[in-house]
Design a binder for this molecule. Structure first.
Ligand SMILES: NC(=O)C1=CN([C@@H]2O[C@H](COP(=O)(O)OP(=O)(O)OC[C@H]3O[C@@H](n4cnc5c(N)ncnc54)[C@H](O)[C@@H]3O)[C@@H](O)[C@H]2O)C=CC1
Ligand SMILES: O=C(O)CCC(=O)C(=O)O
Length: 425
């Protein structure tokens, strides 16, 4: 008998499934339900760029703007071969829920370019980023749609975007536009602490979970998928709380050491190894497909979407998953994990430290201020503490899982904005 491979849910289908579940439970106003079920704008640009050898390549870039009922569209730009309209729609929609749950005056957007940045030189990446910014034109703007870093995009690239965007404005307007993008290097208007904000926030969410369950993080064993911005900083802060990193996976492979891997030594190694962890001398190589089944207490997926699925969720031994990445757990895995009493701290809360940091950077630029690192991290922690309380209260109110309660909380705020504006009397 020929058995057909089960079709995998796309990322956007995942988001829609999560949304419909929350909308049913909260009895969402029908008109608002229709509006939020679809993206406001989808911008696809094709733009030519001259390569170092003189040839010309045409790239495809995306910016999807899901909703702006609460304020300007906000969200990162990703440079990766998997960037397409489905991924951009999903990631933009998650941003709408994330900014709303965090209580920010933003909507949600996301985008990027379908490319593998490792195949291009720095000067090619600069020209690609600048041409993409020109191609987007006034579809982005400091009071309209504000990009930020995501997978494979860096503070340097954000500075190129700011510089290119500002160069299109009249001379006396230029410097008023630095907040067109966040995640810039500190010297170019960036915020002290934006680099670590997402990973720091992931650990704030883990601390909230530990407090709720009366667990001590000291001695807890955890694994991390992705050792880039989010994975490294989360591991750095987990170390400060005495937790032990036993396994790491990135695009280059998987490493394991039951006695612990020092994240601060690993990042130094990776920086000298093309940002790859493979070959790290203080750990052994481990089979990539068995990664999530490793013996540990906590899993921090901090790489791509749809990593924990119906196929591997049964093998997980950890008692909690903190979603540093966007959409790392698919719908099928979600229900398996719920049945197995494995806690999932949902992405729209867990990794919201990044966009909260971006909001502080935006305010800093807009108001001509300079914020200090300790002020940034203290305010970020306090904001995430408030969101966790809301998430728990709503979970109790609706007798539901944390993802659904986070959605309800986020959607409720947007629903209220539409109703109060009187659009749907
Ligand atoms: N940078 C930020 O402020 C925020 C990022 N996120 C999410 O966190 C995740 C990671 O983002 P960043 O750390 O910024 O990206 P990054 O580009 O700094 O790092 C990505 C990491 O994932 C690894 N990776 C890529 N493909 C992989 C695969 N198939 N298997 C295992 N590892 C793989 C890479 O090797 C790298 O270590 C993404 O889902 C992103 O959307 C969420 C909120 C904010
Ligand atoms: O900092 C931001 O504006 C958004 C970061 C991001 O892309 C995300 O939270 O997924």
């Amino acid at each position: 008998m020929i058995t057909k491979e089960k079709p995998r849910m796309g990322m956007y289908e995942n988001v829609k499934h999560q949304y419909e579940k929350a909308a049913d439970l909260m009895n969402l106003t029908p008109a608002v339900r229709k509006i939020l079920a679809i993206t406001n704008n989808e911008i696809v640009v094709h733009f030519p760029v001259k390569m170092d050898d003189g040839s010309v390549e045409v790239f495809t870039g995306y910016r999807v703007q899901h909703n702006n009922a609460l304020g300007p569209y906000k969200g990162g730009l990703r440079y990766h071969p998997t960037v397409d309209i489905d991924a951009a729609r999903a990631l933009a929609t998650w941003m709408t829920w994330k900014t709303s749950l965090a209580g920010l005056p933003y909507g949600g957007g996301k985008g990027g370019i379908q490319l593998d940045p490792s195949k291009y030189s720095i000067s090619e990446l600069e020209r690609i980023t600048r041409r993409f910014t020109y191609a987007l034109g006034d579809n982005i703007g400091p009071e309209h749609d504000i990009p930020a870093p995501d997978v494979n995009t860096t503070p340097q690239m954000m500075a190129w975007i700011a510089d290119t965007y500002m160069s299109t404005k009249s001379t006396n307007e230029r410097t008023k536009n630095a907040h067109v993008v966040t995640g810039k290097p500190v010297g170019a208007g960036g915020l002290e602490g934006r680099d670590r904000a997402t990973g720091f926030g992931v650990v704030v969410s883990i601390k909230e979970w530990a407090k709720l369950k009366s667990y001590d993080l000291r001695g807890m064993r955890y694994i991390v998928q992705g050792f880039g911005n989010v994975g490294f900083w989360a591991s750095h802060f987990m170390k400060q709380h005495g937790a032990i990193l036993v396994g790491v996976q990135d695009a280059s492979g998987t490493i394991y050491n039951a006695d612990g891997i020092d994240p601060d030594q690993l990042i130094v190694y990776a920086q000298g190894n093309n940002h790859h962890i493979s070959g790290f001398p203080q750990a052994s190589e481990y089979p990539t497909s068995d990664f999530f089944a490793l013996d540990c207490d906590i899993i921090i997926p901090a790489a791509m979407g749809n990593q924990i699925t119906g196929e591997n969720a049964e093998t997980i031994k950890a008692m909690m998953i903190a979603e540093g990445a966007n959409g790392p757990v698919d719908v099928e895995a979600d229900s398996i994990l719920f049945e197995r009493n494995i806690d999932v701290i949902p992405d729209i809360y867990c990794n919201s430290g990044g966009v909260i940091g971006s909001y502080f950077e935006w305010l800093q630029n807009r108001n001509g201020e300079l914020w200090q690192m300790d002020e940034v991290l203290t305010k970020l922690e306090s904001k995430m503490g408030q969101s966790f309380k809301k998430l728990l209260n709503t979970a109790n109110e609706f007798h539901t899982d944390w993802r659904t309660s986070a959605y309800i909380e986020a959607i409720r705020r947007i629903e209220q904005a539409y109703i109060q504006r009187g659009i749907f009397p």
